[in-house]
Design a protein around this ligand. Structure first.
Ligand code: FE2
Ligand code: FE2
Length: 182
């Protein structure tokens, strides 16, 4: 019996021959990423963390208007939390044998406070979606320590969503990507 294993970007295919018969098993994207792909995806998460650090550092200082002073203080706290996330994700990339990324995803800028808060909320929505996926991918590979850290990070990202949605006067459920709740 011969077994060959080949890997593609989003799926792992295992072929086994038994008495001339060949079976092909393809794992779904969410639980079948290769280690190389997982490193790539974690590096994108890391780039989003850098993006968040920069956005929160800048926005917390340039937000103007009495009604935004409370959220400006919250954004300062977010900046520190995002930095801690970046360090954790970098540690796991290194553990997996990858090299942590050194560049952030692009940071949007605006003169308007409402725009800045909306940019942050959109970024947090994306971050939550991606970490939910990453959690499943790590668990499916038996990477429980990484999954545990991502679970803790997710709790904070969802708090960030709530802070931003509240500051924008939006319903939190609507603001936090309702399709995720279906
Ligand atoms: Fe984060
Ligand atoms: Fe966040």
């Amino acid at each position: 019996m011969a077994t060959t294993r080949s890997r593609t970007r989003n799926q792992e295919v295992t072929r086994s021959r038994n008495g001339g018969e060949e079976t092909v098993r393809t794992r779904a994207r969410s639980d079948g990423v290769t280690r190389e792909r997982l490193i790539e995806l974690l590096n994108e998460d890391l780039q989003r963390e850098y993006q968040a650090v920069i956005a929160y550092v800048v926005y917390s200082q340039v937000l103007k208007g009495a009604q935004y002073m409370t959220i400006a203080k919250e954004l300062e706290l977010h900046a520190g939390e995002e930095l801690a996330h970046a360090i954790k994700i970098s540690r796991h990339i290194d553990y997996l044998g990858g090299m942590p990324a050194v560049t952030p995803k692009p940071v949007k800028t605006s003169e308007r406070a409402e725009d800045m808060l909306r940019f942050d909320l959109e970024a947090e929505n994306m971050t939550v979606r991606e970490y939910r996926e990453r959690l499943l991918q790590c668990e499916s590979q038996g990477l429980y320590a990484i999954a545990e850290d991502i679970r803790e990070i997710l709790v904070q990202e969802q708090e960030h969503q709530i802070d931003l949605a509240t500051a924008l006067g939006k319903d939190v459920v609507d603001a936090a990507a309702p399709e995720e709740l279906v």
